[in-house]
Design a protein around this ligand. Structure first.
Ligand SMILES: [Zn+2]
Length: 182
């Protein structure tokens, strides 16, 4: 019963502005619709709570069971007021559950967002790795090409040297081949 909590409870804003209504005869808390007539403002001696003092319609009409006066341990409510408090309590519990659900949804949303960011970062890293591998492959290809060119040059040089050697052999052939048969 949020409205019945002590008036110095800072967690309940309603208490700070809400002035409760209590019957001066039966000392029950009641609804505005149950007031027979008002008597004025007052203060609860134990809690210092400001209250509206009234006479309830039950006491005014002398109806119902004999009322029990407040002995100082809590304050009773009329049945209508009790219904009202229970409805308030149920509504508060419902709102609390809705808030908890909204909180859970917000947390799930944040988690999904961070998962998406992580996936995006991973994809970016993979893309970077792919670029590095492409670059390495291109470099290896161009190195292989350079090696091939170099070996072709060497082959050409080799062929030229062989040709020159052949020429030297031919030049040397007449004197060297004097004794040999044609
Ligand atoms: Zn009363």
């Amino acid at each position: 019963m949020a409205r019945l909590s002590s008036p110095d409870s800072s967690q309940d804003d309603i208490c700070e502005v809400f002035t409760d209504t209590i019957c001066s005869v039966c000392h029950r808390r009641l609804l505005v619709s149950e007031i027979a007539y008002g008597q004025g403002e007052g203060i609860m001696p134990k809690t210092g709570e400001f209250i509206n003092i009234v006479c309830c319609s039950d006491c005014y009409q002398g109806e119902g069971s004999p009322v029990q006066l407040w002995k100082g341990d809590g304050i009773a409510c009329t049945p209508k007021r009790m219904d009202h408090e229970l409805q308030l309590e149920a509504a508060a519990a419902k709102a609390c559950a809705a808030e908890a659900k909204a909180q859970t949804l917000a947390e799930e949303k944040a988690e999904a967002a961070s998962r998406a960011i992580a996936a995006e970062e991973k994809a970016k890293a993979l893309e970077e790795t792919g670029k590095v591998l492409d670059k390495e492959r291109d470099e290896a290809n161009s190195r292989a090409f350079a090696e091939q060119e170099k070996s072709e040059v060497l082959r050409a040089e080799n062929a030229a040297l062989l040709e020159e050697l052949q020429r030297f052999r031919q030049m040397a052939a007449p004197s060297a081949g004097l004794g040999s048969a044609p």
